[in-house]
Write a new protein. Structure first.
Length: 283
């Protein structure tokens, strides 16, 4: 169904397989923090982990676990993240569906899902990518992101965070790539990141990726690099650069929250879903 080679793959081959449903990012001159993407030559890497979402039903339990609860998640989010509930997370027509719904559930007025590879699969360095189509509407807040393995003991933000893709529905088409550390994070207003305008993020699939080495993390949309963060610039202490440890992957759709809900929540748009065609990790 989705063509994945068995050993060493050139990422350029994958671009040829994306098909007509994948649109391209569009650089604009405003706002000032939006940068023009820079085309790069794909590296040759080995596929070390993937989910092609080929089997209908619940997500593969050998690859994904769930964060569960409705406590706001430190961001004043409105949803309750459910556990193994197909209404919120399922494989359908070869895609992972993470669906946020307006419904009363365990004290919350919305439900959704937050899938993660914590304790199952974690990686130090490499290319992490996901082909996804995003939900639409004011109050949606989808993310493809990573947390450091040490976060369980050191806490956030010392454990480190890499946001491969974030998008808030009130600002449709603006995709954000960001890192958070003890020294640089959104609580202090010192987080390091950029944004890029991407055409039709809610109607087309786009490839969101990072390439991560010991010295640098590059951010991509559709294999066009739009941002880089370097250890030499941020600093080499753990509070400045916690990216020399394994990280795990998280996929979720939040409702409202401190950022996603800045313009309120449109109660007429639900359900809304993020669809993921595949997730692949190369080293």
């Amino acid at each position: 169904m989705k063509n994945v080679g068995s050993t060493i793959l050139m990422l350029v081959v994958m671009l040829a397989c994306k098909g007509p449903g994948v649109a391209s990012p569009v650089a604009t001159s405003a706002p000032a923090s939006t940068t023009s993407p820079v085309a790069t030559t794909p590296a040759v890497r080995t596929l070390v982990w993937a989910d092609e979402f080929d089997k209908p039903g619940l997500p593969d339990s050998t690859k994904w676990g769930y964060d569960v609860g409705g406590n706001g998640w430190g961001n004043k989010e409105l949803e309750y993240y459910t556990n193994k509930r197909t209404e919120n997370a399922r494989i359908e027509n070869g895609k992972l569906i993470i669906e946020a719904r307006k419904e009363a559930y365990k004290g919350s007025n919305y439900t959704s899902a937050r899938l993660l590879t914590k304790g199952i699969a974690e990686w130090k360095y490499g290319r992490v990518e996901a082909m996804a189509k995003l939900p639409k509407g004011v109050g949606t807040w989808p993310a493809i992101w990573m947390l450091g393995k040490k976060v369980a003991t050191t806490g956030w933000p010392l454990g480190g965070e890499i946001d491969i893709m974030e998008h808030v529905g009130f600002d449709e088409g603006v995709v954000h790539g960001t890192v958070h550390t003890e020294a640089y994070n959104h609580v202090k207003g010192t987080q390091k990141g950029k944004q890029i305008n991407v055409k039709n993020v809610t109607g087309d699939f786009h490839l969101y990726a990072i390439e991560w080495t010991a010295d640098q993390i590059d951010f991509f949309v559709d294999d066009q690099k739009y941002y880089s963060v370097q250890k030499a610039v941020l600093g080499n202490t753990e509070p400045q650069w916690p990216f020399d440890q394994p990280f795990f992957l998280i996929l979720n759709v939040a409702v409202g929250g401190g950022w996603g809900g800045q313009k309120g929540v449109d109660e007429s748009i639900w359900p809304q879903r993020m669809e993921v065609d595949y997730v692949r990790v190369y080293q």
